[in-house]
Design a binder for this molecule. Structure first.
Ligand code: CA
Length: 235
């Protein structure tokens, strides 16, 4: 991976070739590594396969609309900063853009310096926004590092087990339904059966040495879902 001195890699998704080239040149001069995609599908492909720090996204794109792309990327890359470029300046567009997980937007035409300032601000903001480590009972989970511990012992979890535990640990004591877990932990292309959730919850329980009949961590609330016991084990 060709990271530069800042170690920041940007993706520009813009179908106006002249604009994309000019932005890339300016941003490279500012010290960033920059890739360009000329349509939405290529943009999605690149965003899924590379670790970008920021996405500069035009809204009006061939292949896949910028808003749809933002929504897809947001699901798989929750920490990627997204700066939208738009010729649309209506208030509704801005609101729906922010809903789709867009971090900032710039209305065309704009000066390069304005874009560069927004990029710097978003990247700066991205650096310290490491999510805090979650702690419930003797469990700890670091969402940024994708690591979890039970007491001093690290638990090796699959991505789904990790997602389930993270979701439950963010809501200790609350009942979380299987549908809610499916919606938040699985992506849009998931096998839509709650049986899948049960399978992953039971493997998670095994790794936590938790007994479904006498749980110290994950309690089954019959007909409702699961609850992470806030106190954890009494040892
Ligand atoms: Ca365009």
């Amino acid at each position: 991976m060709c990271h530069d001195e800042h170690g920041m890699r940007l993706l520009i998704v813009e179908d106006e070739a002249d604009l994309a080239t000019a932005l890339a040149r300016g941003l490279r001069r500012s010290g960033y590594a920059v890739d360009i995609a000329a349509d939405g599908l290529r943009g999605w492909e690149l965003a899924e396969t590379n670790e970008y720090d920021l996405l500069v996204l035009d809204l009006n794109l061939p292949g896949m609309d910028g808003m749809d792309l933002a929504a897809c990327v947001r699901r798989s890359r929750p920490h990627l900063a997204i700066l939208v470029l738009t010729a649309r300046s209506g208030v509704d567009d801005r609101v729906s853009g922010l809903d789709a997980g867009v971090d900032d937007y710039l209305v065309k035409p704009f000066h390069f310096e304005e874009l560069a300032a927004r990029v710097r601000a978003l990247l700066r903001r991205g650096l310290p926004t490491r999510e805090p480590v979650l702690r419930v009972g003797n469990l700890a989970l670091d969402p940024a590092a994708l690591r979890a511990w039970q007491g001093e012992v690290e638990i090796l979890l699959t991505p789904k087990e990790f997602g389930i535990l993270a979701y439950l640990m963010a809501r200790p004591g609350a009942v979380v339904s299987q549908e809610e877990l499916l919606e938040h932990v699985w992506d849009a292309f998931a096998d839509p059966f709650t049986h899948t959730v049960r399978v992953h919850v039971s493997s998670l329980r095994r790794k936590l040495h938790d007994d479904a009949d006498r749980p110290v961590h994950i309690e089954t609330v019959i007909g409702r879902g699961y609850r992470l016991l806030p106190a954890g084990p009494a040892r």
